[in-house]
Design a protein around this ligand. Structure first.
Ligand SMILES: Cc1ncc(COP(=O)(O)O)c(C=O)c1O
Length: 446
């Protein structure tokens, strides 16, 4: 102990040891963007400088930062029950939270499996899909279908069905037996659309081509983000999700909506499934369930999927899957307090009400030099910038840096796209402030 203390005292708190995820480490460590605390719509640097949160953290702090009811719930829970085994035992709040989530989900999406992140949620949903067909005697259904430009986290399942090349190319052969639908974006037909574009529903028909190629008897599930977020905000074309649903129904294929970003109010509804009137067989969620305060993710499955597993000897687990921290007490407490806040402050309705004003404010940047396209849906906007000839992504990267250091606004970037997705508590004045700052930043990096 004494030795450990001596060593830790001797280790300077420098930037070297931490390998920062999804970040260019050398550039970051030369000019770090450090955040020391947060409240409501703002972050604060260690020096106390305020940074307006234009991104709800990583699309997750939907209720705003450090909200008192959530902080209190976590503190009380930590003092009452730190941990209970997640297998063979459970604590009361896990059932309460599952019931609350089931009540928010559409139709008979009533059974909730908990994990700790979006990536785990995706891998869980894919495994449930495979096992579901297996227990029903259709074990030949092993193929999984994702979509180009899709993001489903970083597990091997998620990157296999995902379609972002940088997330896949260094990691070997990935899962076997995966195919992809085409991406739904086409600038020529869709540029500067508010909400769902008119063009593109026919792209769902590509699923029929994949069925013809592989045969439906080999296909377990299709997974898509209803609105593709991480690739740069691609709202679904009008009618696209309906068509996917119809084709899946025709061929006995499960449809999974990855709602890790779209869940909990981002598109003005509890889930995007509700906005689009399309009921998937499973929904994955994470992020907004605790407003980012404690890691949590999960899968909501239709009752019939759960029921298919409820067979065999009653002393044997029906699904051999789970995580040490599934339904962790702190996450459940945070989740319950977060859902209360969403309900009491009507935050999903608020997002819906603000959507037109948000979209107008975003589109006001369309004539700024270097802007190639702007897309909006719910409280989300993607702004594509023209690349410099020799360095794809550099202009957006500089925009993010300048946003933080010079303008005091947090911008998310992916490739050459700026993504803006504020907490749902954002005020009308703050929407104006976000786009004023972003407009100045884009001009500065022209
Ligand atoms: C649609 C979608 N699925 C999965 C994930 C992965 O979530 P996590 O980073 O919590 O593993 C994300 C993260 O942004 C996401 O947007």
């Amino acid at each position: 102990m004494a030795e450990a203390n001596r060593r830790s005292a001797a280790v300077p708190n420098d930037l070297e040891a931490f390998w920062v995820p999804f970040t260019p480490n050398r550039a970051f460590k030369r000019a770090p963007r450090l955040i020391a605390r947060a409240k409501d719509m703002h972050y604060y640097t260690p020096e106390g400088r305020a940074v307006l949160d234009g991104t709800a953290g990583l699309w997750c702090t939907n209720a705003g930062h450090n909200r008192e009811p959530i902080v209190d719930a976590i503190q009380r829970q930590a003092a009452e029950l730190d941990y209970a085994p997640a297998f063979q035992f459970a604590h009361p709040k896990s059932f309460e939270l599952a019931s609350r989530i089931a009540a928010l989900a559409p139709a008979d999406l009533d059974r909730v499996f908990f994990c700790n992140s979006g990536s785990e949620a995706v891998d869980t949903a894919l495994k449930i899909a495979l096992a579901y067909h297996n227990v029903r005697g259709e074990a030949s259904r092993t193929r999984l279908i994702g979509r180009e430009r899709g993001y489903h986290g970083v597990g091997f399942g998620g990157i296999s069905v995902g379609g972002i090349v940088s997330n896949r190319k260094h990691f070997g052969t990935l899962l076997a037996g995966v195919d992809h639908l085409p991406a739904t974006y086409n600038r020529e037909h869709q540029a500067f659309t508010k909400g769902e574009p008119d063009w593109g529903a026919h792209l769902a028909d590509d699923l029929e081509r994949l069925v013809a190629l592989h045969d439906a008897s080999t296909i377990a599930a299709v997974i898509v983000e209803p609105m593709a977020g991480s690739t740069g905000v691609l709202p679904p074309p009008k009618g696209y999700l309906e068509r996917l649903r119809a084709i899946c129904d025709r061929h006995g294929i499960l449809l999974i909506f990855d709602e890790v970003i779209t869940g909990f109010g981002r598109l003005g509804h509890a889930f995007a499934a509700e906005r689009y009137g399309v009921t998937p067989d499973m929904i994955t969620f994470a992020k907004g369930i605790t407003s980012g305060a404690v890691p949590m993710g999960g899968v909501i499955a239709r009752e019939g999927i759960y029921d298919a597993f409820m067979r065999g000897p009653e002393h044997v687990a029906e699904l051999f899957h789970g995580y040490t921290y599934s339904a962790h007490p702190l996450a459940c407490a945070a989740g319950l307090a977060t859902l209360d806040l969403y309900r009491d402050e009507k935050l999903f309705e608020r997002a819906k009400k603000l959507e037109p004003l948000w979209a107008d404010a975003a589109m006001a940047l369309r004539s700024v030099p270097g802007v190639l396209d702007i897309r909006t849906v719910g409280l989300t906007a993607g702004i594509d910038l023209a690349s410099r000839p020799d360095a794809f992504g550099k202009r957006a990267y500089e925009a993010m840096e300048r946003g933080f250091h010079d303008e005091g606004v947090m911008i998310r970037i992916t490739g050459e796209t700026l993504a803006l997705t504020p907490p749902l508590i954002v005020s009308e004045a703050q929407i104006g402030e976000i786009f004023d700052k972003v407009g100045r930043v884009i001009k500065a990096v022209a």
